[in-house]
Structures are given as structure tokens and as C-alpha cells.
Design a protein around this ligand. Structure first.
Ligand code: G3P
Length: 217
């Protein structure tokens, strides 16, 4: 299972990288704006900075919504760095662009996926990753994790190699549940990843070990 961090914050990316468990980064225009990164050149420079921190894949999202615009933007993004994966929205033009990228050796992550049918189309178009947004489904009283299970079943039925990248992760239990279902990748905020570390018995146990060590020294 791959761990991606879902942020454009360089300090958090470095912290996750230093932990030694990071396989990649996902960003989106909202996450860039949150860090105050605006304007095309600043955004492109920021992608390069992220690629220089991590070893794995870095998703960079196209802004165009027409086929030609997406293809041009995707080519520009992928030429920035070999780690860049072009993030394409799950719309009709996006599927056409995904097929173009797949035929031309440019890796893709189809984003804003909210149904099994959309995930099936993304795989058919040759996407490398598909990003179902589980938290946003939970927000509207729909079963986000159930969608991951459906996509897993469909992809396994036909041997699709598109990796299921569970996105819009809101808490640590989402990560654990996705690992049980068999998501290939999770992308989560640093806080949710660090939540996996925590158990009160670990803290109490360590405190006692250190106390007992001091008794004899
Ligand atoms: O990167 C896409 C996705 O993870 C966004 O999450 O929390 O805005 O629904 P969220």
C-alpha cells in the first residue's frame, strides 16, 4: 500500500518524507491556494520544489477543461519533472485526454471520482491512478468506503492495472479501512497519517520502561 500526502505545504511534505514512509504527493488548485501559491509560474515552480523533496509520484492538476487545453497543459506539466503525474478531472474531455496521455506515455491520475462507473471509464481510458473522494461522499451521507470496495471488485474482475488512490481522507480510520479493502494508495493530510502512530498504551509502556531503567542507573 502506498502512502501519499495530500498537501502543497512544503514543511509537511518534508516531515512525512523524513519519516521514511512517503511514496508520493497529491495536490490540487485548492491546496495550492491554501499555501498562497497563485499564478501559473509560481505553481509550476512549486511542483518542482515538491519533486525535489520526495522520491515518488507528484500529482499536478490541469486547469483546462477542454481536450486540447488539457493535452497542452498535461504535456507542459509532465515535462517539468519525471515524477509528475498529470491530474485530469473526471469529465468527458478528461477521459479523451487521459486516453491521449496513456497512448503517449504520460502518466495520469483521474480525479473527482464519485461513482464506480466513472472509475470504470477512467480504467478503460488507461489512467494510472483513479481518485475516489471518500470524505466528500461521507459528507453527503453516502458510503465513501463502499465506493472503494466496488471499484476494487470491478478492477479485480477484469485485471485493470489502474491503481485505486483513495482521496479526500478525513481521519486515521479512513486509512485503516482503505487498507482492509485493498486500496492501492491513500492520500491523506499529515495529521491523519501521524494518527496511525498513536496509542495510549505505547506512551504508558514507554514511560514505565524509562522509569524502570532509571531505577538501576
Ligand atoms: O486531493 C483531493 C482530495 O483529497 C481533497 O480532499 O478534504 O478537500 O475533500 P477534501
Amino acid at each position: 500500500m502506498k502512502f501519499f500526502i495530500d498537501t502543497a505545504n512544503l514543511d509537511q511534505i518534508k516531515e512525512a518524507q523524513d519519516l521514511g514512509i512517503l511514496d508520493g504527493v497529491t495536490t490540487n488548485p485548492s491546496l495550492m491556494a491554501k499555501e498562497g501559491i497563485t499564478g501559473k509560474q509560481n505553481i509550476l515552480d512549486h511542483y518542482k520544489k515538491i519533486c525535489n523533496i520526495v522520491d515518488g509520484d507528484v500529482s499536478a492538476e490541469v486547469i483546462a477543461t477542454d481536450y486540447k487545453g488539457m493535452v497542452n497543459e498535461g504535456k507542459e506539466l509532465s515535462s517539468l519533472h519525471k515524477q509528475i503525474v498529470v491530474k485530469v478531472p473526471m469529465i468527458k474531455e478528461g477521459i479523451k485526454a487521459t486516453r491521449y496521455f496513456s497512448n503517449n506515455g504520460i502518466r495520469t491520475n483521474v480525479t473527482l471520482v464519485f461513482s464506480a462507473g466513472q472509475a470504470l471509464l477512467a480504467a478503460k481510458a488507461g489512467a494510472n491512478y483513479v481518485s475516489p473522494f471518500i470524505g466528500r461522499l461521507d459528507d453527503i451521507s453516502t458510503d465513501g468506503l463502499g465506493l472503494i470496495s466496488e471499484i476494487r471488485l470491478i478492477y479485480d474482475n477484469y485485471g485493470f492495472t489502474t491503481e485505486i488512490l483513495a482521496a479526500s481522507i478525513r481521519h486515521t480510520m479512513h486509512i485503516i479501512d482503505c487498507s482492509k479493502i485493498g486500496a492501492d494508495v491513500i492520500t491523506a493530510p499529515l495529521k491523519s497519517i501521524l494518527g496511525l502512530l498513536k496509542h495510549p498504551l505505547t506512551d504508558i509502556g514507554l514511560e514505565n520502561f524509562l522509569k524502570d531503567y532509571k531505577k538501576g542507573n
